[in-house]
Ligand binder design. Sequence first.
Ligand code: BES
Ligand code: ZN
Ligand code: ZN
Length: 515
Amino acid sequence: MTMLLVRRTVQRAVRTKCCRSFSASQTHLNERKGLVLGVFEKEGGLHLTEAAAGFDQNISGKLSELLKISGPALKKGKSRVFYGIHKDFPCVAVVGLGKTSAGVCGSENWDTSKENIRQAMSAGCRLLQDLEVNHVEVDGCGDAQSAAEGAALGLFQYDELKSKKKTKVTTKLHGSSDSTGWQKGVMYADGQNLARLLMEAPANHITPTAFANTIEERLALHAQRVTINKRSQAWIEQQQMGAFLSVSKGSEEPPVFLELHYNGSPDSKQAPLLLVGKGITFDSGGISLKPSASMDAMRADMGGAATVCASIVTAAALKLPVNIIGLAPLCENMPSGKATKPGDVVTAKNGKTIQVDNTDAEGRLVLADALCYGHTFNPRAIVNVATLTGAMDVALGSAATGVFTNSDWLWEQLHKASVVTGDRVWRMPLFQHYTRQVTDSQLADLNNIGKYSRSGGACTAAAFLREFVTAPHWAHLDIAGVMSNKDEVPYLRKGMSGRPTRTLVEFAAGLTQSG
Ligand code: BES
Ligand code: ZN
Ligand code: ZN
């Protein structure tokens, strides 16, 4: 009889999405509190996390009882919401975490347990956000950093420009003492969310100037350890960055060369890590105009600059003991009477001449000059990040960022970091085969497209960049495939992804250990 009553109450509560049979105490009039808990998969039974078990005990086993009677055991990522079972939490979401034993998976190249926690906490938080719960306590699930990442990444929605906005949700760790891990996770996710914000924002809002100002504002808190230079067109001309200028000249928006110095190492003389990001705030293709369908996505063609700058903001927030320099050549790629024309020849900062046969292959041009300039800082490693080629998306889709590198050591560092973050990388080739296809130009030293234009497009682009690198530890990350998310990454909503910001941060953090 009692069981029947409980079931009816649950069913009614689930149906109406509220519970009238229980009056929950609420401290503030407008505060609606919720709780997200995890439950592992276990043959023939329930396996609650430590926090969930504590909560269950607190309400005399009511949670496990409800879980049993409300349906089948929760599979990974599946959820159930209970209402009115605890006086402090009117809504409690329970989400499946998969198997306890998951761990690092050799074939998937990530830590499945961490991914499951991110997915579950993201799903639970979003469920409660949709119920207009504005304060959520989150189960640490034995890995508070991953739980925080899932929660903060899952809740992000770019609705700045909409009148109707999603409920703003504050989060807090529940049932765990690992506040350090939680804080770290929040900072990693905030970093990625900053990159998402910049990438998603329309190009008429995030112009080169607005981009640089936003980063400057975000770094203001860390002024002690950071210097910022927003270089003007005059400076870019003085630097003889002819390749960069050949892209910006078709637009009315002035270019900006953003230069960030984060001095986190106690040794101010320590050679910096150099991060370079492609910063095309809108890529129309220029005179080699792109088709209009989906051209709007090219507002995110500054994803390289966004992820690089966001990871420096995060490194500063985490006070990582490492020196980092960030460079972002920012401009629009537009067609106009002043724009570069197919067949034009331009001269890069290092004196190499480039025949611009396709003005839509502009990313490699702006990066070429930034890479030349970057070498003047004698960096310990150079990592450039760019939404460089549609061919990268064809090759790997959104599964992983493509990494082209001349350094096994650098590859190891990036790969190691990506296994932890779940924002994966995959190594791609830098064969001479591709170099030959970009060094064969009728008028100049190089051509900005491979001579068999469509074949191996991501690889010929990488080979082109290599012509501007003399450093022994360089990696080019082509992020065109991971630029946006439909539903592939379960803990990110649809939209620009901000990938691979967390991998860059984890990579930089790893360098503090490897000296
Ligand atoms: N920004 C694009 C690459 C891109 C495409 C990024 C789709 C994200 C999603 C880049 O500037 C470009 O247009 N590349 C050309 C190169 C080609 C002309 C050799 C491309 O990929 O088609
Ligand atoms: Zn382009
Ligand atoms: Zn582009």
